[in-house]
Write a protein that binds this ligand. Structure first.
Ligand code: C2E
Ligand code: CA
Ligand code: CA
Ligand code: CA
Length: 277
């Protein structure tokens, strides 16, 4: 796809104050994009630090726009949240992830779990849990194959907490995303029934090759373990960070050092080189 002129990206700039008219046009563009199946998922491997095996994937949405090319979520998720489109988009993401899991099951007999990002706006929908569960069963899957990553727990009240308990009771695993950014902290951990905690990459970044032992990361790991939560480090970019995290007792790692997000078709090739290392 050809890139449009710079000015055309304006529409997807999150800093833009979207007017009612623009919002209307965007809504049309989103609906059209959904109908044309322009939203796609890229998958980033998650690696167990004990065995160095891939234990699952995080699904990250992209918009394959016919004019603008591949758009990243930071470009359109904030607008989708503002207009409410994120509710429909979020269900499309769940469907795409379930279709992929089902495809892997057909090809290999089994599938690794896939984690999907969920906006607080989706969780506040009264039918969210029911919709997710019926999608999972439509694809003939068990709930343990889908994981949801949640964030901004400060906004989690009433209905959202109900959604989480409903999902959790059905066997869907929940992961607290962006931990340590202010969107998610220990104060919220007791209010929501999560299984995993993902340390944000801004904290992982601070682990350098010097002997700086990054006390925030190690204390987070210790506290999480005391709460019987699995710990995932995101944004792992160097070998030094990986070694440090393993020593500190982190369970799972994800990041460019281990594998970039990629379309599902690229995974077999990725697995061949990953196994050789
Ligand atoms: P996130 O959930 O914190 O996802 C991690 C982001 O870090 C992803 O960016 C990923 O590509 C990137 N990343 C992974 N490893 C590394 C690394 O080693 N170094 C660096 N610098 N970056 C790394 P991406 O795909 O652009 O997604 C951005 C955000 O958009 C996500 O942040 C998530 O909050 C949101 N998002 C993605 N997909 C969805 C979705 O389906 N629904 C909703 N509501 N939000 C989504
Ligand atoms: Ca995430
Ligand atoms: Ca993050
Ligand atoms: Ca996030």
């Amino acid at each position: 796809a050809k890139k449009a002129g710079r000015g055309q990206y304006r529409f997807f700039d999150q800093s833009l104050n979207v007017s009612d008219v623009e919002e209307f046009h965007l809504e049309q563009a989103f609906v059209e994009a959904l109908r044309n199946r322009e939203f796609v998922l890229h998958y980033q491997p998650q690696v167990c630090l004990e065995t160095m095996e891939i234990i699952g994937y995080e699904a990250l949405v992209r918009w394959q726009h016919p004019g603008f090319g591949l758009l990243y979520p930071d470009r359109f998720i904030p607008v989708a949240e503002k207009t409410g489109f994120v509710v429909a988009l979020g269900m499309e993401v769940v469907r795409l992830a379930c279709a992929q899991i089902s495809d892997w099951k057909q090809k290999h007999g089994t599938s690794k779990p896939v984690a999907v990002n969920v906006s607080p706006i989706q969780l506040a929908q009264p039918q969210f849990c029911k919709d997710v569960l019926s999608t999972v069963s439509e694809y003939g899957l068990t709930t343990d194959l889908l994981e949801l990553e949640i964030t901004e727990t400060a906004m989690l009240e009433g209905r959202a907490v109900e959604s989480l308990h409903c999902l959790k009771a059905a066997g869907i695993r929940l992961s607290l995303d962006d931990f340590g950014t202010g969107y998610a902290g220990f104060a919220h951990l007791e209010a929501v029934p999560v299984d995993k905690l993902k340390i944000d990459r801004s904290l992982i970044n601070r682990i350098s090759n010097s002997h700086d032992d990054s006390p925030i990361v190690s204390s987070t790991i210790i506290l999480a373990k005391r709460m019987a939560l699995k710990v995932v480090a995101e944004g792992v970019e160097t070998r030094e960070q990986l070694v440090h995290l393993k020593v500190a007792g982190c369970d799972i790692a994800q990041g460019y050092h281990l594998g970039r997000p990629m379309p599902a078709e690229k995974i077999p090739e990725f697995l061949r080189t990953f196994a050789e290392e």
